[in-house]
Design a protein around this ligand. Sequence first.
Ligand SMILES: [Mg+2]
Length: 128
Amino acid sequence: MAMNILVVDDSAVMRSMIIKTIKLSGLEIGKIHEAGNGEEGLQTLSDNWVDLLFIDVNMPIMDGMEMLDRVRGKQETRDLPILIVSTESNEQRIRTIDEKRAGFVHKPFTPEMLREKIEEVLGLVDKT
Ligand SMILES: [Mg+2]
């Protein structure tokens, strides 16, 4: 089944890199949505059906950690597969991401790495 994807990152260049890598990963992709910050991301999420969500951490207006909190706090998206994509990887943050049942991908990544992480988060959700 084709997956609809939402990529939330304040860098348009990074968004297109992520999208290009997703396409190269060999997964069957449906619609691809983009948003430039957490607030825009939440709006896009409430207007569209999304199967997999990519969130950057450092963004203006609403950052990725707050967006993750809000997404998990909503009934409709509490089990949505999520990958946090960031250049920053401090242990405390990774622990928080893990507790919120999201995956973590370090930028930059290869298509293989991304695919592996995607399968991981899709599996996370199947278990719940
Ligand atoms: Mg950023």
